[in-house]
Write a protein that binds this ligand. Structure first.
Ligand SMILES: Nc1ncnc2c1ncn2[C@@H]1O[C@H](COP(=O)(O)OP(=O)(O)O)[C@@H](O)[C@H]1O
Ligand SMILES: [Mg+2]
Length: 282
């Protein structure tokens, strides 16, 4: 995959116009018909065909020709669209280096005059959303659309929890991108804690506070806790509210992950049932 920076700079106004139309219409069509793009963009047909082909060659579009000509944004196209929105809405001034790439996201360093040094998380579709898709009917939408839902879900959880527990402050959400505070720390599994008992207490206390705020993380583990001077909980796209039919199992799994990590890494043992009781008690 070509670098975001190079591709971003290579796009012209007319390319952005096409990308924007596809983004807007992806909620109505799995593949946005070329005829519709032609009508909405006012670009000459031969020119539009060239643009659609080039954007597909660069990996921004997923084009198909059956049963009609149509295009959707790929992860790359969606991410560049989101980046552009952050820039034009004056949220973002500079995209920095890639900090990491996981199964469900690509995270970049960034700089904003308004917010200082920060990070952008571009949501990809991980195993989790594919599973949900099988179970629930999301209608016939392109998978890229689900990355937008995932980003929105993360942004809203960060907003709800900020001030209640330590989470990165969320600055903006556009498309599949969430721009947030940079936490200068390492994942829990990479550090050797001096006071693991205290850390475990804080994590369980945070889980209780989240529960009181009506949120269950859904993927809590040593990979989604950052350690700096304080502990921070990250990675919320799969969180569930208390109206989710399965919330007790999801909460128990979160607690189990944390307890088994502290048992394995530090030999600390706690009974899962009494911890769970404590978390859901008033
Ligand atoms: N706000 C942040 N500050 C610093 N690093 C972050 C931040 N958010 C994410 N990261 C880094 O990016 C990685 C992936 O982010 P995460 O939200 O866990 O997504 P994924 O679903 O891909 O696991 C994290 O493990 C962490 O190293
Ligand atoms: Mg993670």
């Amino acid at each position: 995959m070509k670098d975001f920076h190079i591709l971003y700079k290579s796009l012209r106004k007319i390319d952005w116009r096409v990308i924007e139309i596809i983004f807007k219409k992806m909620w109505d069509y799995k593949y946005v018909p070329s005829d519709l793009i032609l009508k909405l963009s006012g670009i000459k047909e031969s020119e539009l065909n060239k643009i659609l082909r080039r954007l597909s060659d660069d990996g921004l579009l997923d084009n198909r020709s059956q049963p009609y000509f149509g295009s959707s944004l790929t992860f790359l196209g969606m991410s560049l669209y989101s980046l552009r929105k952050l820039v034009t809405r004056n949220k973002l001034d500079m995209l920095g280096k890639k900090m990491g790439e996981g199964k469900e996201s690509v995270v970049y360093n960034c700089y904003s005059e308004k917010y200082g040094e920060c990070v952008i998380k571009f949501h990809k579709l991980g195993a989790h959303f594919r599973k949900i898709r099988e179970k629930r009917d999301y209608g016939d939408l392109h998978l890229s659309v689900l990355t937008v839902r995932s980003a929105k879900k993360e942004y809203s959880a960060l907003k709800r929890l900020f001030g209640i527990i330590n989470v990165p402050e969320a600055f903006a959400w556009e498309g599949n991108a969430v721009m947030m505070e940079l936490i200068d720390g390492k994942e829990l599994f990479r550090v050797r804690l001096e006071n693991p008992e205290d850390a475990l207490d804080i994590i369980l206390e945070d889980t209780k506070k989240m529960f009181r705020a009506g949120i269950i993380h859904g993927d809590l583990s040593q990979y989604n806790i950052l350690v700096s001077d304080d502990l921070y909980i990250i990675d919320f796209p799969q969180h569930v509210d208390l109206d989710h039919e399965n919330w007790p199992d999801i909460l128990k799994k979160d607690i189990e992950n944390v307890l088994s990590y502290f048992k394995k890494a530090y030999g600390i043992e706690k009974d899962i049932n009494s911890v769970t009781k404590y978390i859901i008690s008033e």
